[in-house]
Design a protein around this ligand. Sequence first.
Ligand code: SAM
Ligand code: SF4
Length: 583
Amino acid sequence: MTRPEVPAERKSFVYQPSGGPVAEWYLSVACEEPGRTAGDRGLFSAMHPLQCVLQVQRSLGWGPLASVSWLSLRMCRAHSSLSSTTCPSPERQEDGARKDFSSRLATGPTFQHFLKSASAPQEKLSSEVEDPPPYLMMDELLGRERKVYLETYGCQMNVNDTEIAWSILQKSGYLRTSNLQEADVILLVTCSIREKAEQTIWNRLHQLKALKTRRPRSRVPLRIGILGCMAERLKEEILNREKMVDVLAGPDAYRDLPRLLAVAESGQQAANVLLSLDETYADVMPVQTSPSATSAFVSIMRGCDNMCSYCIVPFTRGRERSRPVASILEEVKKLSEQGLKEVTLLGQNVNSFRDNSEVQFNNAVSTNLSRGFATNYKAKQGGLRFAHLLDQVSRVDPEMRIRFTSPHPKDFPDEVLQLIHERDNICKQIHLPAQSGSSRVLEAMRRGYSREAYVELVHHIKESIPGVSLSSDFIAGFCGETEEDHVQTVSLLREVQYNMGFLFAYSMRQLSKRSATDLCGRNDGNLKVIFPDADMEDVNNPGLRVRAQPGDYVLVKITSASSQTLRGHVLCRTTLKDSSANC
Ligand code: SAM
Ligand code: SF4
């Protein structure tokens, strides 16, 4: 069998059976419940995991396991993570990759090289076989005074992220410019929360493409990078659709920017979209964009664990984690010394703050939620909570105003409300995103409260902090929302009398690449398999046509694959025992 043609942009990725004729690969999969999302766990089974792997190897006919070992070895030298990849430009790949690949395979390490105690074949270790050169030399990581133009889209978190990214690049020797025309590197800090935000970036990329194409050859080539949520959400789609994008960096990958840009300098696309469980950029002091500014954002936590059903944030910004109190206080003190008069503490759920970095506080009982509110996740324990942080921050400089955004209504215990009431420098302003005035819609949104609980909290806040300014976010047009639900939202707006409201039309976010009519299961090797919902034969009842139900085992013919998902069409309903006979 001949080697399948793999698209150029795939060639330098860790082996994946994508892009070419995957040939005949049959799996039995157990169906998940329809309508479950990408994050849901599903049943799964396939008959012969090894057999499946071997069949793929045979069909590809070019020893993928050997290529995995060699590429993995190279990745270990080059990168800190597997989510961090580089793609040579198509021209360079065409002539170099195949030759390079087979010669590396021929001279690559043998089994003996991996055994510490074994005496490896001398001729392979002698100086005649050169160790491959290091991937990047230290000086290549330096900015060499290249000028960076940063453009920010979306929320205040992105404004703060821009400052963090700039702080990292500045340390590496890059210069900043506010003039697009003189930039050597253009970085867009992007937002994915609604489709319109993403469309704005796609349009901007088209403009930048023209700028890149028109660039005189006498200047260093212009490099374009996508940072933040859109890089995280669309990953390969951006690299594939917009060939002029050189760098992708997800919200937790800004420290890697110097390396990614250095890779881009050599004409390759570079990406790192690895999400972290603990990255808070605690030691990166953001550089204030305007030296004459009187206010600043201070990021105190990142990510979100709430999983509201309409929201992409947990997928683009990852798990919730908080920055240590000490580093926040250090930053606030510096800002006070610089004469700033206002800081806004930032986070996706700023008042869910929980610093677990100091073990002595980890046995403390967890703070109560607001009355009538629940979490979607398992209750967390201990740590230093938002009330403690707010207390400490407000003591740094009595003449410095403290604000915070964006809070979640579930995390307003009395300690927080009392502090806001009694401290002169904590602003008497609370953003209290309601999202809807209908309990039915709130449940579908997985918000963890009813309209009644929300209204009770509003009354409690108004009593605890006389004169408080309240604002809120609302979404209109959520799936299944009726006219009656909408009327209830309008009535909540009237009842609470907010000082300010942010009203959004619901924007459907993709969580999964499958359409509503597709079904999904997992094979024995735990790979996700997507296939259209269609009639099929039941092997135990010949002649009977059935549709797959949750928990069924079905035989699927795989027709294509991406890095994480297989696609195919369903052949028949089966059992584990019967399916062995077919594979
Ligand atoms: N974490 C805060 C909370 O939920 O209480 C809000 C932060 S969220 C990043 C900002 C706002 O974007 C949300 O309050 C919501 O109103 C809006 N939003 C999020 N996903 C949306 C979607 N798919 N369509 C429309 N608006 C959306
Ligand atoms: Fe999104 Fe806010 Fe819900 Fe988190 S709490 S999922 S950020 S809307």
